[in-house]
Design a protein around this ligand. Sequence first.
Ligand SMILES: Nc1nc(=O)n([C@H]2C[C@H](O)[C@@H](COP(=O)(O)O)O2)cc1CO
Length: 182
Amino acid sequence: MASNTKLPQDNLTRRQYKDDVYFMSVALMFAKKSPDPSTQVGACIVNEGGEIVGVGFNKMPDGCEGKFPWKHDTEDEDPLNTKGMYVCHAELNAIVNKTSVDVKGCTIYVTLFPCNECAKLIVQSGIKNVVYLSNKHKERNGTKAAFRILDEASTPKNIICRQFESKQDVRDLLDSIDPFAE
Ligand SMILES: Nc1nc(=O)n([C@H]2C[C@H](O)[C@@H](COP(=O)(O)O)O2)cc1CO
């Protein structure tokens, strides 16, 4: 991105904006590892020094791969036959996979807005910034509750939650990668 290009989000510094593009690209790449046939989600946690300290994608619990259904709750009236009961969300996996002692003060980049369970986990783990890409489930109660949790938690603890608005820059970054360049 040229240095005189207007930032899509005016309140971000150029450095923050470039970091957003890089780390959301990492989250998107990890989303590609998800075995969920309908929705692949990726998350990338970055510490205050700009280092990646955790990545994750949505998957069944370790050892349970292939043992639980990927069916959506609209496909079976028994919730025990649907993925929602079993799947570990990308944010949970990124937090439990952390390579640092804790994730206090970190930023989580996630390709889909967190659910209420992950919002609780994010708040309790001390993560300070949430940057999300899609909000395709905004009508769900879990998403609405997550908004409330992150909003209320922002007052005493200063959690900042914002949507990533630079999709074309991610495409440009990924397209520019030539693994065989000399
Ligand atoms: N923030 C999130 N992180 C996630 O990892 N997930 C996972 C749970 C499911 O595997 C999938 C959502 O499936 P669907 O309802 O769009 O078919 O994404 C879902 C959300 C949003 O609730």
